[in-house]
Design a protein around this ligand. Structure first.
Ligand code: VAH
Length: 318
Protein backbone atom coordinates (compact mmCIF):
# COMPACT_ATOMS: atom_id res chain seq x y z
CA UNK A 1 0.00 0.00 0.00
CA UNK A 2 1.32 3.44 -0.88
CA UNK A 3 1.64 6.17 1.75
CA UNK A 4 1.84 9.46 -0.10
CA UNK A 5 2.74 13.04 0.78
CA UNK A 6 1.70 15.77 -1.66
CA UNK A 7 3.64 19.01 -1.18
CA UNK A 8 1.59 21.87 -2.63
CA UNK A 9 -1.69 19.95 -2.26
CA UNK A 10 -3.92 23.04 -2.59
CA UNK A 11 -2.47 24.35 -5.87
CA UNK A 12 -3.84 23.93 -9.41
CA UNK A 13 -2.42 20.40 -9.82
CA UNK A 14 -2.30 19.39 -6.15
CA UNK A 15 -5.97 20.11 -5.38
CA UNK A 16 -7.03 17.55 -7.99
CA UNK A 17 -4.13 15.11 -7.70
CA UNK A 18 -4.76 14.73 -3.97
CA UNK A 19 -8.37 13.68 -4.60
CA UNK A 20 -7.37 11.28 -7.39
CA UNK A 21 -4.70 9.63 -5.23
CA UNK A 22 -7.13 9.34 -2.31
CA UNK A 23 -9.61 7.58 -4.58
CA UNK A 24 -6.87 5.18 -5.69
CA UNK A 25 -5.04 4.51 -2.42
CA UNK A 26 -7.47 5.53 0.33
CA UNK A 27 -7.97 8.92 1.93
CA UNK A 28 -6.00 8.10 5.07
CA UNK A 29 -2.95 7.15 2.99
CA UNK A 30 -2.56 10.50 1.20
CA UNK A 31 -1.32 13.46 3.26
CA UNK A 32 -2.10 16.95 1.91
CA UNK A 33 0.90 19.20 2.56
CA UNK A 34 0.11 22.90 2.51
CA UNK A 35 1.50 26.26 3.66
CA UNK A 36 -0.30 28.72 5.98
CA UNK A 37 -2.62 30.92 3.92
CA UNK A 38 -3.31 28.09 1.47
CA UNK A 39 -5.17 25.74 3.80
CA UNK A 40 -7.17 22.79 2.37
CA UNK A 41 -10.95 23.35 2.41
CA UNK A 42 -14.11 21.32 1.86
CA UNK A 43 -13.68 17.85 0.39
CA UNK A 44 -9.89 18.22 0.28
CA UNK A 45 -9.85 18.87 4.04
CA UNK A 46 -12.46 16.26 4.94
CA UNK A 47 -11.17 13.36 2.83
CA UNK A 48 -7.81 12.78 4.51
CA UNK A 49 -4.95 14.07 6.69
CA UNK A 50 -3.34 17.47 6.15
CA UNK A 51 -0.10 18.91 7.53
CA UNK A 52 1.72 22.21 7.22
CA UNK A 53 4.62 21.40 4.91
CA UNK A 54 7.00 24.14 3.75
CA UNK A 55 9.03 22.59 0.91
CA UNK A 56 12.12 24.55 2.01
CA UNK A 57 11.97 23.05 5.54
CA UNK A 58 13.60 19.62 5.38
CA UNK A 59 12.88 19.01 9.06
CA UNK A 60 9.16 19.54 8.53
CA UNK A 61 9.13 17.18 5.54
CA UNK A 62 11.10 14.52 7.44
CA UNK A 63 8.75 14.71 10.43
CA UNK A 64 5.72 14.12 8.20
CA UNK A 65 7.48 11.27 6.35
CA UNK A 66 8.20 9.53 9.65
CA UNK A 67 4.79 10.26 11.21
CA UNK A 68 2.88 8.74 8.27
CA UNK A 69 5.51 6.24 7.05
CA UNK A 70 5.54 8.00 3.67
CA UNK A 71 6.99 6.04 0.74
CA UNK A 72 6.11 8.43 -2.11
CA UNK A 73 6.40 12.24 -2.31
CA UNK A 74 4.72 14.31 -5.03
CA UNK A 75 6.61 17.61 -4.92
CA UNK A 76 4.38 20.20 -6.61
CA UNK A 77 5.70 23.34 -4.91
CA UNK A 78 6.81 25.95 -7.46
CA UNK A 79 6.31 29.50 -8.67
CA UNK A 80 5.00 29.48 -12.24
CA UNK A 81 6.76 31.24 -15.11
CA UNK A 82 5.29 34.75 -14.88
CA UNK A 83 5.35 35.07 -11.07
CA UNK A 84 8.83 33.52 -11.00
CA UNK A 85 10.23 36.15 -13.38
CA UNK A 86 9.20 38.83 -10.89
CA UNK A 87 10.62 36.93 -7.89
CA UNK A 88 13.59 34.94 -9.27
CA UNK A 89 15.32 34.36 -5.91
CA UNK A 90 12.12 33.07 -4.30
CA UNK A 91 11.43 30.92 -7.37
CA UNK A 92 14.88 29.36 -7.00
CA UNK A 93 14.52 28.94 -3.21
CA UNK A 94 11.23 27.07 -3.61
CA UNK A 95 12.06 25.26 -6.82
CA UNK A 96 15.60 24.15 -6.08
CA UNK A 97 16.11 24.73 -2.35
CA UNK A 98 12.83 22.94 -1.83
CA UNK A 99 13.72 20.15 -4.21
CA UNK A 100 17.01 19.49 -2.40
CA UNK A 101 15.13 19.26 0.90
CA UNK A 102 12.76 16.73 -0.64
CA UNK A 103 15.54 14.70 -2.26
CA UNK A 104 17.57 14.53 0.96
CA UNK A 105 14.55 13.35 2.95
CA UNK A 106 13.78 10.83 0.20
CA UNK A 107 17.39 9.59 0.23
CA UNK A 108 17.37 9.14 4.01
CA UNK A 109 13.90 7.50 4.14
CA UNK A 110 13.70 5.49 0.94
CA UNK A 111 10.90 7.55 -0.66
CA UNK A 112 10.10 7.77 -4.38
CA UNK A 113 9.79 11.35 -5.66
CA UNK A 114 7.73 12.94 -8.44
CA UNK A 115 8.66 16.52 -9.30
CA UNK A 116 7.10 18.06 -12.43
CA UNK A 117 9.18 19.73 -15.08
CA UNK A 118 7.67 21.74 -17.91
CA UNK A 119 7.88 22.54 -21.61
CA UNK A 120 9.33 25.72 -20.14
CA UNK A 121 12.53 23.71 -19.66
CA UNK A 122 13.20 24.17 -23.38
CA UNK A 123 14.52 27.42 -24.85
CA UNK A 124 14.89 29.26 -28.15
CA UNK A 125 17.73 26.97 -29.29
CA UNK A 126 15.61 23.83 -28.77
CA UNK A 127 13.95 22.52 -31.95
CA UNK A 128 10.51 24.19 -31.90
CA UNK A 129 8.43 21.58 -33.73
CA UNK A 130 8.04 18.07 -32.28
CA UNK A 131 10.73 18.96 -29.74
CA UNK A 132 12.69 15.73 -29.07
CA UNK A 133 12.93 14.01 -25.66
CA UNK A 134 16.71 14.56 -25.63
CA UNK A 135 17.83 17.91 -27.06
CA UNK A 136 19.48 21.21 -26.14
CA UNK A 137 17.84 23.00 -23.20
CA UNK A 138 18.95 26.60 -22.65
CA UNK A 139 15.83 28.38 -21.36
CA UNK A 140 16.08 32.12 -20.75
CA UNK A 141 13.59 32.26 -17.83
CA UNK A 142 14.34 31.53 -14.17
CA UNK A 143 11.36 29.16 -14.34
CA UNK A 144 12.94 27.22 -17.19
CA UNK A 145 16.41 27.27 -15.62
CA UNK A 146 14.93 25.92 -12.36
CA UNK A 147 13.12 23.18 -14.28
CA UNK A 148 16.28 22.07 -16.13
CA UNK A 149 18.07 22.02 -12.77
CA UNK A 150 15.16 20.04 -11.31
CA UNK A 151 15.64 17.44 -14.04
CA UNK A 152 19.41 17.25 -13.52
CA UNK A 153 19.24 17.06 -9.71
CA UNK A 154 16.49 14.43 -9.82
CA UNK A 155 18.59 12.28 -12.17
CA UNK A 156 21.67 12.89 -9.97
CA UNK A 157 19.91 11.57 -6.87
CA UNK A 158 18.73 8.52 -8.80
CA UNK A 159 22.13 7.75 -10.34
CA UNK A 160 24.23 8.48 -7.22
CA UNK A 161 21.94 7.34 -4.39
CA UNK A 162 19.34 5.14 -6.10
CA UNK A 163 16.43 7.45 -5.19
CA UNK A 164 13.41 6.56 -7.34
CA UNK A 165 12.90 9.98 -8.96
CA UNK A 166 10.50 10.44 -11.86
CA UNK A 167 9.13 13.46 -13.73
CA UNK A 168 7.12 14.68 -16.71
CA UNK A 169 7.43 17.93 -18.66
CA UNK A 170 3.90 19.30 -18.25
CA UNK A 171 2.51 21.54 -21.00
CA UNK A 172 0.06 24.28 -20.09
CA UNK A 173 -2.57 22.67 -17.85
CA UNK A 174 -6.24 23.50 -18.20
CA UNK A 175 -8.66 22.86 -15.34
CA UNK A 176 -11.82 24.18 -13.68
CA UNK A 177 -11.24 23.28 -10.00
CA UNK A 178 -8.40 25.50 -8.75
CA UNK A 179 -7.10 28.48 -10.76
CA UNK A 180 -3.57 28.41 -12.20
CA UNK A 181 -1.00 30.39 -10.22
CA UNK A 182 0.54 32.97 -12.54
CA UNK A 183 1.74 31.17 -15.64
CA UNK A 184 2.21 32.02 -19.30
CA UNK A 185 -0.45 29.50 -20.34
CA UNK A 186 -3.10 30.76 -17.90
CA UNK A 187 -4.92 32.41 -20.82
CA UNK A 188 -6.13 28.97 -21.92
CA UNK A 189 -7.98 28.66 -18.59
CA UNK A 190 -9.14 32.27 -18.32
CA UNK A 191 -10.73 32.15 -21.78
CA UNK A 192 -13.23 29.52 -20.60
CA UNK A 193 -14.19 31.61 -17.56
CA UNK A 194 -14.86 34.61 -19.83
CA UNK A 195 -16.93 32.49 -22.20
CA UNK A 196 -19.13 31.08 -19.42
CA UNK A 197 -19.57 34.52 -17.82
CA UNK A 198 -20.61 35.99 -21.17
CA UNK A 199 -17.64 38.40 -21.18
CA UNK A 200 -15.40 39.41 -24.08
CA UNK A 201 -11.98 37.78 -23.59
CA UNK A 202 -8.85 39.95 -23.86
CA UNK A 203 -6.07 37.57 -24.86
CA UNK A 204 -2.53 38.32 -23.61
CA UNK A 205 -0.92 35.93 -26.09
CA UNK A 206 -0.64 36.92 -29.76
CA UNK A 207 -2.45 35.18 -32.63
CA UNK A 208 -0.50 32.31 -34.15
CA UNK A 209 1.39 31.51 -30.93
CA UNK A 210 1.40 27.73 -30.64
CA UNK A 211 1.89 26.10 -27.23
CA UNK A 212 1.37 22.55 -25.98
CA UNK A 213 -1.63 22.25 -23.67
CA UNK A 214 -3.30 19.44 -21.73
CA UNK A 215 -6.54 18.88 -19.86
CA UNK A 216 -5.99 18.25 -16.16
CA UNK A 217 -7.49 14.71 -16.10
CA UNK A 218 -4.81 13.60 -18.58
CA UNK A 219 -2.08 15.36 -16.57
CA UNK A 220 -3.15 13.59 -13.38
CA UNK A 221 -3.24 10.24 -15.18
CA UNK A 222 0.30 10.86 -16.46
CA UNK A 223 1.66 11.52 -12.96
CA UNK A 224 0.01 8.43 -11.44
CA UNK A 225 0.79 6.16 -14.39
CA UNK A 226 4.48 7.14 -14.43
CA UNK A 227 4.84 6.57 -10.68
CA UNK A 228 3.20 3.15 -11.07
CA UNK A 229 5.34 2.20 -14.09
CA UNK A 230 7.73 -0.77 -14.02
CA UNK A 231 11.15 0.84 -13.32
CA UNK A 232 12.83 -1.80 -15.50
CA UNK A 233 11.11 -0.28 -18.56
CA UNK A 234 12.28 3.27 -17.87
CA UNK A 235 15.12 4.43 -20.09
CA UNK A 236 14.43 8.04 -19.07
CA UNK A 237 13.25 9.39 -15.73
CA UNK A 238 13.66 13.14 -15.45
CA UNK A 239 11.91 14.23 -17.38
CA UNK A 240 9.46 12.76 -19.91
CA UNK A 241 7.95 14.82 -22.73
CA UNK A 242 4.18 14.33 -22.67
CA UNK A 243 1.75 15.90 -25.15
CA UNK A 244 -1.94 15.85 -26.00
CA UNK A 245 -2.71 19.02 -28.01
CA UNK A 246 -1.06 22.17 -29.31
CA UNK A 247 -3.02 25.26 -30.28
CA UNK A 248 -2.89 29.02 -30.77
CA UNK A 249 -5.36 31.48 -29.17
CA UNK A 250 -7.52 31.82 -32.27
CA UNK A 251 -7.95 28.04 -32.41
CA UNK A 252 -9.25 27.62 -28.86
CA UNK A 253 -11.43 30.70 -29.37
CA UNK A 254 -12.99 29.18 -32.52
CA UNK A 255 -13.63 25.91 -30.68
CA UNK A 256 -15.39 27.68 -27.80
CA UNK A 257 -17.39 29.85 -30.24
CA UNK A 258 -18.91 26.69 -31.73
CA UNK A 259 -20.71 26.24 -28.38
CA UNK A 260 -20.95 29.93 -27.40
CA UNK A 261 -21.76 31.77 -30.67
CA UNK A 262 -21.89 35.20 -29.01
CA UNK A 263 -18.41 34.81 -27.53
CA UNK A 264 -15.89 37.50 -28.60
CA UNK A 265 -12.13 37.90 -28.19
CA UNK A 266 -9.63 40.72 -28.69
CA UNK A 267 -5.84 40.80 -28.17
CA UNK A 268 -3.76 42.84 -25.73
CA UNK A 269 -0.38 41.09 -25.84
CA UNK A 270 1.58 40.88 -22.59
CA UNK A 271 5.27 41.25 -23.58
CA UNK A 272 6.62 38.97 -20.80
CA UNK A 273 4.12 36.21 -21.46
CA UNK A 274 4.67 36.51 -25.21
CA UNK A 275 8.45 36.31 -24.81
CA UNK A 276 8.07 33.16 -22.70
CA UNK A 277 5.66 31.61 -25.20
CA UNK A 278 7.90 32.46 -28.16
CA UNK A 279 10.84 30.70 -26.49
CA UNK A 280 8.89 27.50 -25.82
CA UNK A 281 8.13 24.64 -28.27
CA UNK A 282 5.28 24.76 -30.75
CA UNK A 283 4.79 21.02 -30.22
CA UNK A 284 6.72 18.23 -28.51
CA UNK A 285 7.50 14.59 -29.31
CA UNK A 286 6.27 12.23 -26.56
CA UNK A 287 7.26 8.92 -28.19
CA UNK A 288 9.47 7.92 -25.22
CA UNK A 289 6.64 8.31 -22.69
CA UNK A 290 4.34 6.27 -24.93
CA UNK A 291 6.92 3.50 -25.37
CA UNK A 292 8.39 3.38 -21.84
CA UNK A 293 5.24 3.61 -19.70
CA UNK A 294 2.20 3.61 -22.02
CA UNK A 295 1.34 7.31 -21.99
CA UNK A 296 -1.86 7.86 -24.02
CA UNK A 297 -4.00 11.00 -23.42
CA UNK A 298 -7.78 10.86 -23.83
CA UNK A 299 -8.83 14.53 -24.33
CA UNK A 300 -8.47 16.69 -27.41
CA UNK A 301 -9.40 20.38 -27.75
CA UNK A 302 -13.05 19.71 -28.60
CA UNK A 303 -13.76 17.18 -25.85
CA UNK A 304 -11.90 19.34 -23.31
CA UNK A 305 -13.94 22.40 -24.37
CA UNK A 306 -17.25 20.56 -24.00
CA UNK A 307 -16.27 19.37 -20.51
CA UNK A 308 -14.80 22.70 -19.38
CA UNK A 309 -17.89 24.68 -20.48
CA UNK A 310 -20.17 22.17 -18.78
CA UNK A 311 -18.24 22.04 -15.49
CA UNK A 312 -17.63 25.82 -15.32
CA UNK A 313 -21.30 26.56 -16.06
CA UNK A 314 -22.26 24.44 -13.05
CA UNK A 315 -19.48 25.99 -10.91
CA UNK A 316 -20.10 29.64 -11.82
CA UNK A 317 -23.80 29.75 -12.71
CA UNK A 318 -25.13 27.05 -10.40
C1 VAH B 1 3.32 28.26 -16.84
N1 VAH B 1 1.47 26.69 -16.64
O1 VAH B 1 2.66 28.84 -17.70
C2 VAH B 1 2.92 26.82 -16.51
C3 VAH B 1 3.57 25.82 -17.43
C4 VAH B 1 4.23 25.18 -19.75
C5 VAH B 1 3.78 26.29 -18.85
O2 VAH B 1 4.77 25.31 -16.93
O3 VAH B 1 4.25 28.78 -16.25
Amino acid sequence: MKNILIIGATGQIGSELTMKLRELYGGANVVAGYIPGAEPKGELLESGPAEICDVTDGGQIAAIVKKYNIDTIYNLAALLSVVAEGKPLLAWKIGIGGLLSVLEVARENGCAVFTPSSIGAFGPESPADKTPQDTIQRPRTIYGISKVTTELLSDYYHNKYGVDTRSVRFPGLISYVAPPGGGTTDYAVDIYYSAVRGERFVCPIGAGTLMDMMYMPDALQAAVQLMEADPARLVHRNSFNIASMSFAPETIFACIKKYKPAFEMTFDVDPLKQANADSWPNSIDDTCAREEWGWNPTYDLDSMTVDMLDKLSKKLLG
